[in-house]
Design a protein around this ligand. Structure first.
Ligand SMILES: Cc1cc2nc3c(=O)[nH]c(=O)nc-3n(C[C@H](O)[C@H](O)[C@H](O)COP(=O)(O)OP(=O)(O)OC[C@H]3O[C@@H](n4cnc5c(N)ncnc54)[C@H](O)[C@@H]3O)c2cc1C
Length: 284
């Protein structure tokens, strides 16, 4: 090759290399600028602003519990709530004052076009009043996602779960996500406490989990006022019940708790006594 020709080829190679490096750098910065978030369709929630969702179906489950189905903007929309997180719902109490409370849907992002809340309405409860009065065709103001807990498959070998009353909904959501994922082998050992048999929420669904996944999901019901024939626990959740029905303390397990404040306090004492470190537990 002539020296001049060789020089031209060299210059051309450098130019090509520079263009390639430039394009690579531009693509890198483009990727960095892309908003980070879960893969797949965009969620419908806004963490900073309340958004309104239409109540399309209300199903009474017992005298004080109802299931509320809310439509998402399109039939293919997903809510976009990470597993284990909750949302703030805004309403008005019986004297017209604004009230905001946390709720966890019983649906997942695999349920497209809608989300559902199972709500227990207490006679004196402020947000309970709002839900009691809510009719199909009305809108609920919702903000989220909220919460420090975000489930990733394989995060732990086993979850112990201790739930009281409506505290079952975050546990149900995490359990559903695990059991509906055939690649997720995480074990779930759940203790679920209520006052009376009629208070047990989502019983049909929980029993179905136990029957369908006997090696992966176990539930132990505890009642303050058990019926005459009852093979679950009786009274409050005790240290011995936790020892028998939850995974033993280990670095690859976690105990999740959600219940009324006095129950959470009592459970924290039991877990201390049994040697569960702070890293081994989470309170919703
Ligand atoms: C992460 C998270 C998720 C939740 N998800 C759900 C859900 O999916 N469904 C649901 O129904 N609730 C859920 N809750 C509870 C919910 O946030 C409210 O606390 C509940 O609806 C009562 O609110 P209220 O304003 O009606 O009652 P308040 O006005 O706060 O309380 C009035 C009275 O109601 C009774 N009361 C209130 N809460 C309880 C309780 N937990 N146990 C026993 N008595 C009680 C008490 O007698 C109290 O004095 C969740 C809570 C958390 C922290």
């Amino acid at each position: 090759m002539e020296p001049l020709q060789s020089h031209r080829v060299e210059m051309l190679s450098i130019a090509v290399a520079l263009v390639a490096v430039g394009a690579g750098t531009a693509y890198y910065f483009y990727l960095q600028r892309k908003p980070k978030g879960p893969q797949g369709p965009k969620g419908c929630l806004d963490p900073d602003n309340f958004k309104e969702f239409l109540l399309v179906k209300r199903t009474q489950l017992s005298h004080n519990v109802a299931k509320f189905r809310f439509a998402l903007p399109t039939p293919s929309s997903v809510l976009g709530l990470p597993i284990g997180q909750h949302m703030s719902c805004r309403g008005k109490d019986s004297v017209g004052e604004e009230v905001i409370k946390p709720y966890t849907p019983t649906t997942l992002d695999s349920d497209v076009g809608y989300f559902e809340l199972v709500i227990k309405m207490y006679p004196q409860g402020r947000m309970s009043h709002h839900f009691r009065e809510m009719r199909e065709g009305e809108y609920l103001a919702v903000k989220g996602p909220k919460g420090r807990f975000k489930y990733q498959p394989g995060q732990v070998r086993a979850f112990g779960m201790i739930a009281g009353g409506t505290g079952i909904t975050p546990m149900f959501q995490v359990a559903r996500a695990i059991l509906e994922n055939p690649h997720d082998k995480t074990k779930i050992l759940l203790i679920y406490a209520n006052v009376a048999y009629e208070d047990i929420l989502l019983k049909k669904e929980l029993d179905h989990f136990a029957q369908s996944f006997p090696d992966q999901f176990h539930i132990y019901y505890v009642l303050n006022q058990p019926p005459e024939i009852w093979d679950g626990g009786v009274g409050f959740v005790s240290k011995e019940m936790i020892q028998t029905h939850c995974p033993a303390p280990a670095s690859d397990i976690q105990i999740l708790m959600c219940g009324p404040p006095p129950m959470n306090k009592a459970m924290a004492g039991h877990l201390d006594g049994l040697g569960y470190t702070p890293e081994m537990r989470f309170k919703f």
